[in-house]
Design a protein. Structure first.
Length: 109
């Protein structure tokens, strides 16, 4: 069985928190999580236990879309070098740059 992604995990913990906040018993909540997410009862209990342990609901990450970009080789080298120095992935650097560009562009009409 494949491991869940961070987004799936966050979604399941959030669902567990919502069930518990409504006063659903652990047994009923485990059955609901098993049914809704196709989990074993044991895994559902793990999500419920995690939901009880965390103070605030986890943020459910927005789904990502893969795109292909063509950039000059000198920019690619600089990007790789910056990635190595900063500890950020190339995807995160590009995401931040595009986000900043779009934010600035919205400000200009």
């Amino acid at each position: 069985m494949a491991r869940s992604t961070q987004a799936q995990r966050a979604e399941r913990v959030r669902a567990a928190q919502e069930l518990l906040a409504r006063g659903t018993s652990m047994v009923e909540a485990a059955v609901a999580l098993s049914r809704d997410f196709g989990l074993s009862r044991r895994q559902a209990y793990r999500y419920l236990e995690e939901a009880q342990a965390v103070a605030s609901p986890p943020v459910v990450a927005e789904a990502s879309v893969t795109i292909t970009l063509k950039i000059p080789s000198n920019i690619a080298r600089e990007l790789r070098a910056y990635s190595a120095i900063s500890g950020l992935t190339i995807s995160e650097i590009v995401r931040r740059a595009i986000s900043a560009f779009l934010s600035a562009a919205r400000g200009h009409g």
